[in-house]
Design a protein around this ligand. Structure first.
Ligand SMILES: Cc1cc2nc3c(=O)[nH]c(=O)nc-3n(C[C@H](O)[C@H](O)[C@H](O)COP(=O)(O)OP(=O)(O)OC[C@H]3O[C@@H](n4cnc5c(N)ncnc54)[C@H](O)[C@@H]3O)c2cc1C
Length: 500
């Protein structure tokens, strides 16, 4: 079992001062961790530096959808749609089946989705299903799209607006349990293949000069190749790269205000073709509602925040499809992220391609990976490492930690959902203290062992790492506040264990 710990970080950082690695990866999001895994699994020596924590950037703020590329079909980008469908298949069936499930996406037919638009959507669903077949994804993994009756629609979406309702169209896509957990699984699997994964180490340039953010010390990491995978921040290290960042906002609602939906609900944005607002049900009784897509000008914030107008847009648009409109008081959390879109195109950021590119920078010879999306992280990593070695890529057949071996029986379902084949080891942390199998605070879904595992195996160094990224407690304001003492206690316990 591979554990990322504070002690391992210190040891590896020290050892790197006297060796040269094949590849230095900058950025600990899905792209950077995917590159570290790809390179390490091809036999290259790898160090990854992340200025903050794993999944600190955009990778934790996604809609958590593993897209089959339906919307790229609508814009005529068949190649990108096919790539998405293939990568969805790899995630669903090989690399992370424990973290990805099939999600029904239901578009009610009625006032805002008339007969003509409904016919177009049904045709898009059929084309998307064709991509599923071409990608080799079996029906058992992603069922067929079809028309739903009014009664079926109401059963799946109890809060749907009944006036004018003519049933719905349902199509299927992949949904991640948690995007940040995918990143952590990638980082640990990379470490299992020998990569050094160093959080709180900031690259100051692409020549290997870094700063240890825990001590303030400058460290020089020597590498034969450097790959800049800093997403929306890529131009801070490679000023010649051109990005067009776009901001996306979600709000979090208690599932009860939507009648505990059993499917995602999609509502068209009036007057904007091919743009939708989604209500995505998640475990633990919450629903994420997204998504805005607006250009972000000026310096990028470290952590973007949702603005009142953006929240109002989401609530108003979704309310068009509901029997009872939503209210600002229904919102229990919100989050925002910045898409690292490729520049060079005109038009709305919502129309810009989610394609990616691997480009070589100026005089320093460093490579930069630009654009893309979470679903295609593996392909982005493959393309990045292909420029460094002739050894063939292995990652399409390489299950991540958590997807290796059978999922144990008889354990709390949320551990199985979030840790897959490692759930038994996580539960084992409660052997000496059975209280760790209870929620960390009243009304909070996370169990004590999850915080303990975050510190013992997943490289969490601060309470924020535990609350914001190893668990997603901070997505609901009240959960984050209630669980903070438990997070601090988990870290203190680990530190005491280390000094004993
Ligand atoms: C609102 C929203 C919804 C989305 N929904 C989806 C979706 O449902 N499905 C999908 O497939 N995609 C989705 N995407 C796109 C997807 O989330 C991103 O394309 C992807 O997460 C980008 O990952 P990344 O690793 O390239 O960047 P990031 O996750 O941003 O990682 C870059 C990392 O680099 C670090 N870093 C920056 N500078 C330095 C430095 N100098 N030294 C060291 N480290 C540094 C940052 O701290 C950060 O952790 C969405 C994006 C947004 C914004």
């Amino acid at each position: 079992m591979t554990r990322l710990t504070a002690a391992r970080r210190a040891r590896e950082l020290d050892a790197l001062s006297s060796r040269t690695v094949d590849v230095l990866v900058v950025g600990g999001g899905a792209t950077g961790c995917g590159i570290a895994l790809d390179a390490a699994s091809r036999g290259l020596s790898v160090a990854l530096v992340e200025k903050d924590d794993l999944a600190h950037g955009t990778s934790r703020w996604s809609s958590k959808l593993v897209h089959g590329g339906l919307r790229y079909l609508a814009t005529g980008d068949v190649g990108l749609a096919m790539e998405s469908a293939r990568e969805r298949d790899v995630l669903l069936r090989v690399t992370a089946p424990h973290l990805v499930r099939a999600l029904p996406m239901v578009a009610p037919l009625g006032r805002d989705l008339g007969r003509r638009d409904g016919a177009l959507l049904a045709a898009a669903h059929r084309a998307g299903d064709g991509l599923r077949r071409l990608a080799g994804t079996p029906r058992a993994a992603l069922p067929a799209p079809r028309r739903l009756s009014v009664a079926e629609t109401v059963r799946l979406l109890p809060a749907v607006r009944r006036t004018d309702l003519r049933g719905a169209l349902v199509g299927w896509d992949g949904q991640l349990e948690d995007d940040a957990r995918l990143v952590v699984a990638l980082a640990r699997t990379a470490a299992a293949h020998g990569a050094c994964v160093l959080t709180r180490v900031r690259a100051l340039s692409t020549d290997g000069t870094c700063r240890d953010e825990l001590t303030g010390a400058t460290v020089r990491l020597r590498a034969r190749a450097v790959v800049n995978a800093t997403g929306a921040w890529a131009d801070t290290l490679a000023p010649q790269t051109r990005l067009r960042p776009s901001k996306g906002v979600h709000v979090v609602l208690p599932a009860g205000v939507l009648g505990h939906p059993a499917a995602a609900m999609t509502v068209p944005v009036p007057g904007e073709p091919n743009r939708w607002v989604f209500a995505l049900p998640h475990p633990d009784g919450i629903v994420h509602v997204g998504l805005t897509d607006d250009p972000l000008d000026g310096p990028l914030p470290e952590v973007p925040r949702a603005q009142d107008a953006e929240i109002a847009f989401l609530l108003d648009t979704l309310s068009r499809g509901l029997e009872v409109p939503l209210d600002r008081a229904d919102v229990i959390g919100s989050f925002a992220g910045v898409r690292p879109l490729l520049a060079g195109a005109q038009g709305r950021t919502a129309d810009l391609s989610r394609r990616h590119a691997v480009v070589r920078g100026g005089d320093d010879g460093a490579w930069t990976v630009l654009g893309g999306k979470l679903t295609t992280y593996r392909r982005m990593a493959q393309d990045a490492v292909d420029v460094l070695t002739d050894v063939p890529c292995r990652t399409a057949a390489l299950p991540l930690l958590g997807a290796q071996g059978p999922v144990p029986r008889g354990l709390p379902p949320r551990l199985v959902r979030r840790y897959g084949s490692e759930a038994g080891e996580v539960a084992q942390l409660a052997a000496a203290d059975p209280r760790l199998l209870a929620p960390v605070a009243p009304g909070v879904p996370v169990l004590g062992v999850e915080l303990a595992w975050g510190v013992a195996a997943e490289g969490a160094l601060t309470a924020e790492d535990l609350l914001e990224r190893r668990t997603r407690l901070s997505l609901v304001d009240a959960w984050g506040a209630a669980a903070r003492p438990a997070a601090e206690a988990a870290l203190a316990g680990e530190r005491a264990g280390r000094t004993r």
